[in-house]
Design a protein around this ligand. Sequence first.
Ligand SMILES: Cc1cc2nc3c(=O)[nH]c(=O)nc-3n(C[C@H](O)[C@H](O)[C@H](O)COP(=O)(O)OP(=O)(O)OC[C@H]3O[C@@H](n4cnc5c(N)ncnc54)[C@H](O)[C@@H]3O)c2cc1C
Length: 485
Amino acid sequence: MEPDYDVIVAGGGIAGMITAASAAKHSNQNLKILVIDRNPGSEVGKKTASGWICGDAVSQGSLDFLAKEVGIRYSKPELEHAVHGVVAYSPDHASKAMFDGDGYVLNRKLLPQKQMNDAKKMGVEFLFETYTEGLTAEDGFIRGIHCRSAKDNVTFKKTAKLVVDATGSASRLRTGLPIKSYIEKEIDKENDMESTGRYILTFELGERNSTYFDPEFAIIHLDQEIAPGGYAWVFPKGENKVNIGLGVQKRLLDARNRRLGRNDTLQSLIDEYIRLNPVIKNWKLADSPEDVGNAKGSWQVPVRRQNDCMVANGYMIVGDAAWMPRPIDAGGIGPAIYASTIAGRVAAEAMQSKDTSESGLWKFNTEYVKTYGFRMASSEILRRFLQTISNADLNYGMKHFLGQDDVDRIIRREHPEFKQVGFGNPAKLLWVLPKLAFARGLHYAAEKNRKLVQHYMNYPTSPETFPEWHRKFKAELQEAYSRFA
Ligand SMILES: Cc1cc2nc3c(=O)[nH]c(=O)nc-3n(C[C@H](O)[C@H](O)[C@H](O)COP(=O)(O)OP(=O)(O)OC[C@H]3O[C@@H](n4cnc5c(N)ncnc54)[C@H](O)[C@@H]3O)c2cc1C
C-alpha cells in the first residue's frame, strides 16, 4: 500500500520547519510532506507549557546559509533586535573576548508562525495538537508514526517513506527506535545535559555599565559561582528589554552548593543574577502580545557533539533530537539551521532515487559533519575541561592565555590553539608557571582538537566502515574524558 506521505516530520520547531521547507524546495514541491506538532497552530514550535524557551540569539551567518540554500529570509518582527556580536566577560569583568559577528535576538514565539506560513506556501501540510508517541517498523525499516490526538486522546497511525525526528531534546522516537541502527538512543544526562532557564523582561535603566547590559551586544558572563558548569547571559531585545538567564550542569551545581553550604536551584540563581545586575532595575515580565506566555521558563539543552550517526532505514534525526547544540555555548539554532537545510535536501534526493535506506540517507551524516559538525567533539572536550576550572583560573586564563588569534578562531567557530600558553616560548613561561596544570589542560585540549577534527575528516562515506571509525573515535574521546573527569 502507498504510504500516506513521502516525508513525515515529527516536531514543528526550528529544525522540523526548516527540514520540511528544504525538502519541499529541493523536490520542486513534488513531495507529500506532513509536519506533526503537539501544539495548536497558533502556538506551533512551543517547547514546553511555559513557552518557546531559548536565549533567542542567532548569527547572521546561519540566516545567510538558510537564505542561500532554501530561499527563506527572516525580517522584523521575528528578527526582534540586531546585535553586533557576543561579548564574553571573565568572572571579574576585567577581561572580555568578542565572539561572532552580527546577529539577532529572535522573537521565538513569532518565528514559527513565519516558518509555518513559508512552509505552507511550499505545499507542506500540518497536523496540530497531535503527539507523536512511537515509530512503526516493518522489515527493519521505519514505516510511520504512532500518534495521539491531544484534543480527544484518540490514537492513530500515519505512514511515510521517511520519518524525520525533530521533536527536540526529549525525543521519545529516538529513545524507542525499534530497528537496528548506529544511532545512539540515550544521552549521558549527568555530563552532557545543561539545565537552563531565562526571563524576558522590560526594565528601567539603572547604572550605566556595558559589562552588564549593552543594547548592541549579546553578553555572556562566565562565572562558576553564578552558573556552575555553564554560563549566564544578557541578550538585549531593545533599549530596555532583555532575554536574561543562565545554564548550569546539575552535578556541578550540587558540588558548588556543598562547597558554599548553599541550597541554590537554577531558579534561585537566575533570580540572584538579575538582582545583582546594576543596569536592570524595576523590571517586569514582558507582557506585550508577542511575549505573553513566553516570558519565563526553563528547559534542558544537550551540550555534547551531535549523535555520531543520524540516519537509519526510513528515519533521520535533526536539531536537539540529534543533540546538535554547540557544546561550548549551547547554541542550537545555528546548527539546526545548517543541519535541517541539509537534511531536507538529502531527504528529497533519497525520494528521487527511491532509496530511503540507511545507505541512501547516509549523505546527511557526511555532509553535516563536513559543513558544521566536525568541530563539535573538540568543543565537547574543551567544554569538559572549562567546567573543571575555578573563577580565579578563568580570570587568569582570559587575561593571559587567550590571544587575538584564539578569539579569531572562535569567531570562525574553530578551536582556539592557545598559542599564548607558549610552552615553546621561554618569555611566556612567566605567565604559564603559576598556572601550570591549567596551561597543560589548555594545551591538551588544543592537541586533542587537532586529532578529533582529523578523525572527523575521515568520517565514513558509507555505513559499512562506521563501526571501526566509531571505535577509534570513542577511544580518543574516552581518553580525554578520563583526563578531565
Ligand atoms: C534556556 C535556553 C536558552 C537557549 N539559548 C539559545 C540561544 O541563545 N541561541 C541558540 O542558538 N540556541 C539556544 N538554545 C537552544 C535552542 O533553543 C535549541 O537548540 C533549538 O530550539 C532546537 O530546535 P529544535 O527544532 O531541534 O527543537 P525544539 O525547539 O525543542 O522544537 C521541538 C518541537 O517539537 C514539538 N514536540 C516535542 N515532542 C513532541 C511530540 N511527542 N509530538 C509532537 N510534537 C512534539 C515541540 O512542541 C516543539 O514544537 C537555548 C535553549 C534553552 C533551553
